[in-house]
Design a protein around this ligand. Structure first.
Ligand code: FAD
Ligand code: DLZ
Ligand code: SF4
Length: 510
């Protein structure tokens, strides 16, 4: 007797040939389900480039699977039968093929895990094995700890994988070379541009579809993301050869007009499954071992993937479905409209947001210390900030975005991801960038007309949360600085903060 086919679900960020669901399935019997659906395209106002990347990579992956012998039931966005949700499509195909069982790799978002649990079919959600640290392994590491710190987790991952290890010691004698990685960039450095990929017929068709069907955020064109594993691999090789050697030195720098510096711009491919995290770490290590990239660059790069990326994923699933909704600092101000439009006179914010609108990309320090820092200091509602970050970047999926936003940037998780908020005044941005030189505001001015908004907002943030942070040893010094400040200066700073916040509340331009 021929057994009924099972449906193997492959989501838009699960485009990996050795996905656990595919490994468990049987090519001769089962049907792979892939669906372009409105529900996934609109749960936030995704950047047009993000939608195009996912749909074009999905179409290519379906073809890869067919060539590998799979039967793929693929629903295009404009298919008249499309139920426009993942569960709707699973039910439709189940009925069409007489299937009663679904095999899935657990999605990277609580929302979809719950949806799969609720589908009225027998559904198995298998662990996603595309990460270096399994969810269960993270839970085991976390269970008896008072606090979870990335640095200790990262050391465990180094020991476990043997990456950048010299026996049981870290290569070069130190676990972390960040001390060497804080150089401000100079405009006359040669900075390579990330690999731009030509449009093939699939990309051309998807771009037209996105233009037709989605009224959403961000510029769709010019469009240069790869849509295939081959293209992503070429981008990986470009990074290892051209940018990795200087990745460390200028990792925290920002330069007007230099959008990528020496960053890899590989996260969009990595997060949808076109690249593998362990492979990236091993290749970076090989560059160091071959003498082509220095240790500070290679260790810094590897720490972002083996450390931060794995750590934030562990936190997201360990903390549970309520994690993205936390609001430990009770912040409630609406997200200003300029986050969507870039219409602000703050040069640093304008640069980061304009780039985000055009590229669906900004590097980590722009996200953390510019748009993120402003959101923290101004007390913006974490939910709205979270939805913004989830929408606007091509690499944004909740498992990685929310711990960065809710935890690292906004401290809305009360200190799970970080032991203190990264709050900073304009002086930090001035040190790490050239934005202040052309800004309408003066970074040297601490209060009054034309002062850099980050300056009074910084103090206002610290004062609003004095009870929580004053006793934090890493922040106590700042409170002492405030106390030593001349009273007239303190009053002027507070008056400026109140004025800026009230202008934000009235929706005025800042
Ligand atoms: P590189 O600078 O080249 O870094 C190498 C790789 O390390 C990245 O490709 C990425 O995979 C990983 N990485 C670096 N930092 C982090 C981090 N903090 N957390 C997890 N992985 C990291 N990253 C995402 O992949 N998706 C997101 O939705 C996302 N949202 C963020 C939101 C905020 C508020 C902040 C502060 C950071 C966010 N990050 C996110 C982390 C980081 O900014 C991006 O991974 C990085 O900018 C991607 O660009 P890149 O590939 O050029 O990175
Ligand atoms: C982000 C996204 C978009 C825009 N569209 C689709 C889609 O049409 N079909 C699909 O399977 N996945 C899509 N995705 C990715 C999912 O939203 C993603 O799998 C979940 O957010 C879990 O990480
Ligand atoms: Fe940003 Fe302030 Fe510098 Fe302007 S002066 S670029 S607002 S830090």
């Amino acid at each position: 007797m021929v057994s009924a086919p099972r449906l193997i679900l492959v989501l838009g960020d699960q485009l990996t040939p050795d996905l656990s669901a595919l490994q468990t399935g049987d090519k001769t019997r089962d049907i792979v389900v892939m669906a372009e659906v409105r529900a996934e395209g609109t749960y936030v106002r995704h950047h047009a480039k993000k939608i195009a990347l996912i749909l074009s990579a999905m179409r290519h992956f379906a073809q890869e699977l067919r060539e590998d012998g799979w039967t793929v039931a693929y629903t295009t966005f404009d298919d008249p039968e499309n139920a426009h949700s993942i569960d709707g499509e699973l039910l439709r195909f189940a009925q069409q093929h007489g299937a009663t069982e679904i095999i899935a790799t657990a999605p990277g978002e609580w929302r979809l895990r719950k949806m799969l649990d609720d589908v009225p079919l027998q559904t198995r959600q298998l662990p996603d094995t595309r990460f270096i640290c399994a969810e269960a392994e993270f839970a085991d590491w976390a269970k008896d700890r008072k606090s979870l710190r990335m640095e200790y987790f990262y050391r465990e991952m180094r020991r476990k994988t043997g990456i950048l290890m010299d026996g049981d010691q870290p290569e070069g004698g130190k676990w972390n070379y960040d001390h060497d990685n804080r150089k401000p960039a100079k405009a006359d450095l040669f900075m390579p541009q990330p690999l731009h990929h030509q449009h093939d017929s699939v990309v051309t068709e998807v771009l037209a579809l996105v233009e037709r069907e989605f009224d959403t955020f961000g510029a769709l064109r010019p469009y240069w993301f790869a849509a295939t594993r081959e293209g992503a691999t070429a981008a990986r090789d470009w990074f290892m050869a051209e940018a990795l050697p200087r990745f460390g030195d200028y990792q925290d720098a920002m330069l007007q007009g230099e959008r990528y510096l020496y960053h890899s711009v590989l996260s969009p491919y990595l997060n949808i499954g076109l690249l593998d995290p362990l492979d990236l770490c091993q290749r970076a290590e090989a560059e160091y071992r071959a003498g082509r990239a220095p240790l500070n660059a290679v260790e810094g790069y590897i720490r972002q993937i083996l450390g931060w990326r794995e750590f934030v994923r562990g936190v997201y699933f360990h903390e549970g479905p309520d994690y993205p909704t936390r609001n430990a600092l009770n912040a409630s101000r609406d997200l200003p409209w300029f986050y969507w439009s870039g219409e602000t006179d703050m040069a640093c914010m304008k640069s980061a947001i304009d780039q985000t609108i055009e590229d669906a990309y900004a590097h980590h320090i722009q996200r953390l210390m510019v748009t993120g820092n402003f959101a923290l200091l101004a007390g913006l509602d974490p939910q709205q900030v979270h939805e913004w970050y989830l929408a606007v970047y091509a690499d944004a999926f909740e498992w990685v975005e929310s711990p960065n936003t809710v935890g690292m940037v906004l401290f809305a998780d009360g200190g799970v991801v970080g032991s203190k908020p990264y709050a900073a005044s304009g002086a930090y941005i001035d040190r790490m960038s050239d934005h202040c030189k052309t800004c309408a505001y003066s970074v040297k001015k601490k209060s009054g007309e034309g002062c850099c908004p980050f300056n009074p907002l910084y103090w206002d943030f610290l004062l609003r949360h004095r009870d929580r942070f004053q006793s934090n040893p890493r922040m106590a010094q700042m409170y002492r600085t405030w106390e030593r400040m001349d009273e007239a200066k303190r009053d002027a700073s507070q008056a400026s903060a109140a004025d800026i916040l009230s202008r934000l509340d009235k929706g005025e331009r800042l």
